[in-house]
Design a protein around this ligand. Structure first.
Ligand SMILES: C[S@@+](CC[C@H](N)C(=O)[O-])C[C@H]1O[C@@H](n2cnc3c(N)ncnc32)[C@H](O)[C@@H]1O
Length: 600
């Protein structure tokens, strides 16, 4: 080891300081002077270099415990360092305190760097005078932020004592995701309203994560660059901004009544596209999606629903003047999409054929009853389903007719299936005994003139199409749709494969989605890179954390934002899911999100 006295005098920190002043010294030299001496096996310079290197930019936030982890640093040396840091911080803050003017979110951030690495959630309030100068920064709460626990009194009592003219709130997300949660939205709303009543406006609510931040003020003002709080001499507040932008942030109740819970009348003996149980279907969110499209996408001529599932989203925009491109890689979905969105009015004899199929004699066993009788269906219904499917092969005169008859069968099967809506398992009690009955699809053929229906992998199709609006609703967790709907796929394809296991699944290796796998982010990035469109809407439910790992989202919010922002300006719309389910389903804190990107 090189001892400090072996270093030429002029290169030793103290000597250099005396000769050339503090500016000539490196950070580790300055620390070496503070520490004074090294330990056995490490001279003071090496010890200081080690500390500076280990903590890097985080040096100002280190704790005594952090330092004690370093061999050679005992309590005395640790306290020496922390006291020096605290002393400098104290003077620096006092010095700044008189004149820190908070002009924008970036100024707020410079006051709250220490929040970035906190392991617990904090809510901090910054009190400002009429010139937006900092009066005081105060911790309001530590621990999970909850509307029920945060009382405006705790925020506004100091505000009145300090004669504050306005306030700014800062909150940290230790999870690393700076996007506001449903709870954050509720809290902001509550505090903003209280501020308005008290005459102490809330200027901004900023969420900080380790590497990012979210300012409500900047977001509502529509800028990624950041806005000054005072523009043209006028101080804007979150209350004013919420008022102006209300329709974008919350759906007013009237709208919900009008379109969100609109149940169309079904004619006798017919069924409609949405009359089917399907995981992740967006039927109840159509109003929300339509509001965003109406607000953001003017005069569209084409709409692509590239992960269509049931196809309800594409159908909502299906009009003669709008071309719908509807795609799903499952054959069982494709036949239904074809029937509702791609069929022509030439299909005349469907009602007669459905009548024939409903009256088939079906008392013998067949492939379907042998595989699925007395499990997913009563034996009678399973025999009937198998017999009808076999007969469709014989009586359908065109591909279009065949698709419609299979589609009718898929919808009828769903009504008598002994399941909770998918085929991962059947219910123990076999009580779905009502006889299966085929109905006629209720289709508006006039709308279908120029629609295009595909059964392709979304990432392959995206390279071949162009559209005004691209709606993306991929699976968001590791549950494969082919596992949930293997039985319908089997029935639609009718290749009569072997089925295995309790759930009687066929081989599904040809219909696995990359969006359910580890590389989902790269696949999504590829999709967006190749999208030729003017507007992108992405549904991605990332807001609830489930205990069951399979239900957790594959692509992080930060990745979604990064990828979409590479394509254009992004806005996020969120609705509490309970607003659409009357509180009956979905885990707590779950919200439906739509990312809107205006492509550059
Ligand atoms: C969340 S669901 C869509 C639900 C749909 N928006 C609705 O309202 O019914 C996702 C759909 O994407 C399909 N899918 C999954 N991976 C796909 C891929 N790589 N290409 C095309 N479709 C895919 C699944 O079959 C499933 O129907």
């Amino acid at each position: 080891m090189v001892k400090i006295k072996d270093i030429p005098k002029i290169d030793r920190p103290r000597e250099r300081f005396l000769q050339k002043g503090a500016d000539a010294l490196s950070k580790s030299d300055l620390l070496a002077i503070l520490l004074g001496s090294g330990i056995k096996g490490k001279n003071v310079k090496q010890l200081s270099e080690h500390i500076i290197k280990k903590f890097g930019k985080n040096f100002l936030n280190i704790t005594v415990d952090d330092l004690l982890e370093i061999s050679g640093i005992g309590q005395a040396k640790a306290l020496q360092i922390i006291s020096a840091i605290s002393l400098v911080k104290r003077f620096y803050e006092e010095e700044k305190g008189n004149e820190i003017i908070i002009k924008n979110a970036k100024d707020v951030l410079s006051l709250s760097y220490d929040l970035r690495d906190k392991k617990k959630e904090y809510l901090i309030c910054i009190y400002l005078n009429a010139r937006n100068a900092l009066i005081k920064k105060e911790v309001i709460s530590i621990g999970l932020l909850d509307k029920a626990l945060i009382h405006p009194r705790e925020i506004f009592y100091p505000a009145t004592e300090l004669h504050a003219a306005s306030i700014i709130l800062i909150h940290n997300h230790p999870s690393g995701n700076s996007l506001p949660s449903g709870k954050d939205h509720q809290i902001v709303k509550k505090i903003v309203q209280a501020g308005e009543i008290m005459g102490i406006p809330v200027i901004d609510f900023i969420i900080i994560s380790e590497e990012n931040y979210y300012s409500f003020y900047d977001k509502i003002k529509d800028s990624n660059k950041g806005f000054d709080y005072i523009a043209d001499g006028i101080q804007e507040t979150l209350f004013d901004l919420f008022e102006i932008k209300k329709p974008l942030y919350e759906v007013n109740i009237q709208k919900i009544e009008k379109s969100y819970f609109h149940f169309p009348k079904v004619k006798d003996n017919t069924f409609q596209l949405q009359n089917r149980r399907y995981l992740g279907n967006k039927y109840k969110l159509l109003g929300f999606i339509e509001d965003i499209v109406t607000e953001k996408c003017n005069g569209i001529k084409s709409f692509c629903d590239i992960f269509a599932g049931t196809g309800v989203v594409g159908e909502r925009f299906n009009k003669p003047e709008i071309k719908i491109i509807s795609n799903d890689f499952l054959f069982s979905n494709y036949v239904c999409l074809k029937s509702f969105l791609g069929a022509s009015s030439n299909v005349k004899k469907i009602a007669d054929k459905i009548d024939i199929l409903n009256n088939l004699k079906t008392d013998r066993d067949n492939y379907f009853s042998e595989c699925f009788g007395n499990t997913y269906f009563s034996l009678e219904n399973a025999r009937k389903i198998g017999a009808i499917r076999e007969e469709i092969e014989k009586i359908a005169e065109t591909e279009e007719e065949k698709n419609i008859l299979i589609c009718s069968l898929i919808y009828a099967v769903d009504k008598v299936a002994n399941t909770v809506g998918h085929y991962d398992a059947f219910r123990k009690a076999l009580d779905m005994l009502q006889p299966l009955k085929l109905l006629i699809p209720d289709v508006d053929y006039l709308n279908n003139g120029n629609n295009e229906i595909y059964k392709e992998d979304a990432n392959i199709l995206i390279r071949k199409i162009t559209c005004d609006v691209l709606y993306i609703d991929p699976p968001y967790n590791s549950r494969q749709y082919s596992d949930a709907y293997h039985l319908l796929e089997n029935l639609a394809e009718w290749k009569k494969p072997n089925v295995k296991g309790v759930a009687k699944k066929m081989d599904r290796s040809h219909i696995k989605s990359f969006y359910c796998l580890k590389n989902a982010t790269q696949v999504f990035e590829d999709l967006i890179r190749n999208a030729d469109c003017k507007h992108i809407l992405l549904s991605y439910n990332n807001t609830g954390d489930s205990k069951d790992g399979r239900s957790n989202a594959r692509i992080s919010d930060n990745d979604i934002l990064r990828i979409l922002e590479s394509k254009g300006k992004v806005e996020i719309f969120e609705k509490d899911y309970r607003a659409f389910t009357a509180g009956k389903s979905n885990s707590d804190g779950n919200a439906e999100r739509i990312y809107y990107c205006k492509v550059r």
